[in-house]
Design a protein around this ligand. Structure first.
Ligand SMILES: *[C@@H]1O[C@H](CO)[C@@H](O)[C@H](O)[C@H]1NC(C)=O
Ligand SMILES: *[C@@H]1O[C@H](CO)[C@@H](O)[C@H](O)[C@H]1NC(C)=O
Ligand SMILES: *[C@@H]1O[C@H](CO)[C@@H](O)[C@H](O)[C@H]1NC(C)=O
Ligand SMILES: *[C@@H]1O[C@H](CO)[C@@H](O)[C@H](O)[C@H]1NC(C)=O
Ligand SMILES: *[C@@H]1O[C@H](CO)[C@@H](O)[C@H](O)[C@H]1NC(C)=O
Length: 479
């Protein structure tokens, strides 16, 4: 530690000690704000981890947990969030409309509280300064108000992870100051209102994980700031609209997986110089992947799995892919591509049913260290994964069902992190090692294994169809 940073640590410590000896009196907050917050607290029926335990009548509310007062005694931001890693960190109850008393509120953040119920909070319409609304991962339900467009001063609006139903109100086109709109993970239906084209400042748009349908409207020409577009997990059909091409200079995330989109993968995507993540998975895209994809040199995450794509797959000149999924198309890649094997940062590789016919003994990845997920199922891969499995440190999942792997399972070693091992329908021989007991999922059915099984919790179907395995859950070994 250099002297200037140790000096600042000293100052910091001194300030903390002085504060403890002589607490600075935080301004007693405005009576309206205190009343509004206490009404919110009384609408909460359960708070097992004590998220609101510092909210006590008569104490300075600006110093309560989650309260920010930037202008004297007025509350400007309310931040109440549950922590996923803390057991019991949730709130049950409803959001009191008395929060409308907090007339200086510019941000409301009620996040990951899991068990807050009730309809859309109408009091938001009575907060003139409100710019930021994040009411995420709760259990609010019912329709979005048709007059949502009258929250015209709003800049960021997220209702992600609730249970809102019905259509996206057309008045949303009046929220022209929005830079972030996140309605993901609800139960919204209907189509995307084309008036969303009015949101010219939008940089983040997530409507994923709803029940939206129809075609994706051709609205993107007027969105020069858009960096992240997530429409995954809906029922969208038709082609990707041409105006997506105008997002080429800055779009980083394009996620439209799990829909019913069809047509060819547009050539223009290869001009997306900033593209980090492209997810077109689980649609009906057909034809060959444009050759010009070779130009996507900066892409990190590419998921084209579960489509109807055909050969040839272009070689990419990407410096390091992080995750790749080309599974379940109509590819015949023959080998694991070089640009994948040479990636120094890859953690997820999924090439199931990709027509790969190589020996794993010939596969020499540049890096083993980061690998978390491998799926090479349903190919014609021979040889042994032993060397690979022995060298990984963080591998969580290894799937290679339906190949021609031939090796002695008794000698297999793998990372302590491994949770899933699927080697069913191969030519694996030897004994099942006792180390598999630590896995969460195992399948070694339909191989040539033999001998007494170690004690595990796996069902008989995980071991069925081998040469001479015995002991529970299979039949007893003959003595
Ligand atoms: C969630 O809230 C509902 C209704 O308020 C209540 O019945 C239920 O017990 C709550 N769940 C938990 C885990 O507290
Ligand atoms: C948008 O706001 C204007 C002016 O306030 C209003 O006339 C119009 O009806 C609104 N549009 C929608 C779709 O609600
Ligand atoms: C990559 O882009 C350059 C110009 O940006 C273009 O000339 C070239 O043809 C592209 N490569 C492929 C394979 O399309
Ligand atoms: C696995 O690693 C250990 C120690 O690094 C080594 O002794 C052993 O031979 C390796 N096994 C295989 C199959 O590569
Ligand atoms: C193991 O795989 C076989 C066929 O691949 C399947 O029938 C069986 O249900 C699987 N068992 C388990 C426990 O996953």
């Amino acid at each position: 530690m250099n002297s200037s940073s140790s000096f600042s640590v000293f100052i910091f410590t001194a300030v903390i000690i002085l504060r403890c000896l002589n607490p600075i009196k935080a301004a007693t907050c405005h009576p309206d704000d205190e009343a509004g917050l206490l009404a919110f607290k009384s609408g909460i029926t359960r708070d097992p981890s004590g998220i609101l335990s510092s909210w006590k009548k008569g104490t300075a509310c600006c110093s309560w947990n989650g309260i920010t007062c930037l202008t004297g005694d007025r509350v400007t931001a309310l931040t109440v969030s549950g922590q996923s890693e803390v057991a019991g960190s949730f709130l049950s109850g409803t959001i009191s409309s008395s929060l409308a008393k907090l007339q200086h509120l510019d941000g409301i953040y009620l996040m990951n509280l899991k068990n807050i119920t009730g309809p859309f909070p109408q009091f938001l319409f009575r907060l003139p300064q409100l710019k930021f609304v994040y009411i995420e991962n709760n259990r609010l339900s019912g329709p979005l108000p048709v007059n949502i467009g009258s929250l015209s001063q709003i800049e960021a609006f997220s209702l992600e992870g609730n249970r809102f139903t019905g259509p996206i109100p057309t008045s949303i086109s009046n929220l022209t100051k929005l830079s972030q709109l996140n309605l993901g993970g609800n139960l919204l239906t209907g189509t995307i209102p084309s008036g969303i084209a009015n949101l010219k400042l939008i940089s983040f748009l997530n409507l994923g994980g709803n029940r939206l349908s129809g075609t994706i409207p051709d609205i993107f020409k007027s969105m020069p700031e858009l960096r992240s577009l997530v429409l995954s997990g809906n029922g969208f059909s038709g082609n990707l609209p041409p105006s997506i091409a105008s997002l080429a200079p800055i779009l980083r995330f394009l996620e439209v997986g799990r829909n019913k989109l069809s047509g060819k993968i547009p050539e223009y995507l290869s001009r997306f110089k900033a593209l980090d993540t492209l997810d077109l998975s689980r649609n009906k895209f057909s034809g060959a992947v444009p050759k010009s994809f070779a130009n996507l040199t900066k892409i990190f995450n590419l998921d084209l799995s579960h489509n109807l794509l055909t050969d040839p797959f272009p070689a990419l000149y990407v410096k390091g892919i992080e995750s790749l999924d080309l599974s379940y198309n109509q590819f015949h890649l023959k080998t694991i591509p070089k640009w994948v094997t040479s990636s120094p940062i890859i953690f997820s590789l999924k090439l199931a049913k990709c027509g790969i016919k190589m020996s794993l003994d010939d596969w020499k990845p540049a890096e083993y260290y980061f690998y978390d997920f491998i799926d090479l199922s349903e190919n014609e891969i021979s040889g042994s994964p032993a060397r690979f499995l022995n060298q990984t440190e963080y591998l969580v999942e290894f799937r290679a069902a339906g190949n021609k792997l031939r090796f002695d399972m008794g000698k297999l070693t793998f990372a302590k992190t491994l949770k899933t091992l699927d080697l069913s329908r191969n030519l694996v021989f030897g004994k099942v090692p006792a180390t598999v007991a630590g896995l969460q999922t195992l399948n070694v059915s339909q191989n040539h294994l033999c001998g007494k099984l170690p004690t595990t919790k796996f069902p008989a179907s995980a071991f069925a169809g081998n040469d001479c395995l015995c002991g529970p859950p299979l039949s007893p070994c003959k003595v």
